[in-house]
Design a binder for this molecule. Sequence first.
Ligand code: SF4
Length: 403
Amino acid sequence: MISTGPLPAISLPPDPSVTAGELRQDEGRPLSLYVHVPFCSSRCSYCDFFLVTRLDHIEAFFRALAIETCAAGPLFRGRSIKSVHFGGGTPSLVPVRFLAGWLELAASLCTFSSGIEIALEANPEDLSGDAMEELKAAGINRISLGVQSYRQRKLSALGRRHSAEDAMRITTEAVSRFDSVSIDLICGVPGESTGEWLGDLQAALALAAPHISVYMLSVEPKTLLERRIARGLVKVPDEGVQASMYAAAIDRLSAGGYHHYEVSNFAFPGHHSRYNLACWMREPYLGFGPSAHSFMTEGGIERRRANAPSLLRYFDNPAESAAFEEVLSEDERFVEHVFLSLRINRGLDVEFLRKHNKLGLSLPEVTERFIAKEWIVIENGQLLLTAKGFLFADHIAGELISL
Ligand code: SF4
C-alpha cells in the first residue's frame, strides 16, 4: 500500500502567478527555450508525436531553425535563459555540429544564465562514450534517455530500436559522464505483469540515474498499437493493474531516495527538470521547430502559440508557421493554474478556489469528500495532494474547476 500522508514539500520558488488569491503577470521571470527536432529513424508502435523519418531533411531543418530563431530575436534578446531543451523526435540522431551551431546562435541573441540547464532527449542506440563527450563539448549538461524498459520483451512490444543490454550500458555510461541524467520508463505495456514492472524499477534503482520519469502507456488514436489492440492482437493491462504499477513506482522510488515532485517525475535533490518545471509553473518559454509550443507574457497578457505540425509549412516560412495563437482569458488561466499546480503539488490556496467558485457549489463538500478518500489534505489554507491523491490529480482538478 502506498502511504497516504501529505507529500514532502518540493523546494520551489514562490508561485509568481498567484498572490493573495489573484492571478498576475510577471514579464521579468526567467525564460526557457525549447527546440523540437522532428526526426526519428522509425516510428515506435505507440508514438503520435510529430516527426518524420526522412533524415535527409536534417540540414535544411537547421537552416530553417536559424531563420525562425533570428526572427524571434526581439522576443528574447537580452533576456536571461534558465534552460534549453532539445526534444523531439530524437535530437540525439542529428550530428552534434548542428546542435552546437544553434546553441551558439541562441547564445548570441540572449544571455544564458550561469547555472543554465541544457538538456537533450536521446535514444540509447545513438549514444556512445565519444558521442557523449561531443555533446558535453557542445554545452549539453543533461541527458534525458528514452530507455522505456530494461526488459527485451517490453522493448520489442513497444517497437523500440535499442536492446535491453544497450539500455543498461548507456544508462551506466551517461550517469558517469553527465551532470544530470534522466531516464523514461513505461509501464502498462501489452502483456506486462506486475513482476516484470517491478524488475524494471529494480534495474532503474540499481543504475541510480538521478531523475526518473514514469509513464503509463497511453493508447493514442491512429497508432500501430491502437490498430493491434483493435484487431485483438495485443491487450494492455487493465486500469486497476496500471494503477497498482504506478503505486508501486511511487513506493519503490520514494524508498530509494527519489522525490516525487510531479505526477510522473521523481528526482534526487537538485535534479528536477528545470525546463519541465518551468512549463508546469507557467513560466514563459519559447518553442522552435514544427509543432513546438510557446507561452509568453507581455503587458499583463498571457499568450499561447503552437507551430504547425508540418515540415513543409515550416520550410516554406520558418518565421510564420504558427497553427494557432491565442490570448488566455481569465477563466483559462484559472483552469491552467489549478491543473498545473496539482501536477506539481505546490498547493492550491483554498481562498483562491473559493473566489473562483462561480456556480456557488459547496467547496467544503467537495474537499471533505476528497479528504475522506485520503486524496488531499488541507494545511494552512493550502490544498495538497497525498501520495494516493497523485493518482487522481486530473480528476480532482476537474471537479475543482467545475464548481
Ligand atoms: S523514439 Fe520517441 S519520438 Fe521517436 S518514434 Fe519513438 S517514441 Fe516517438
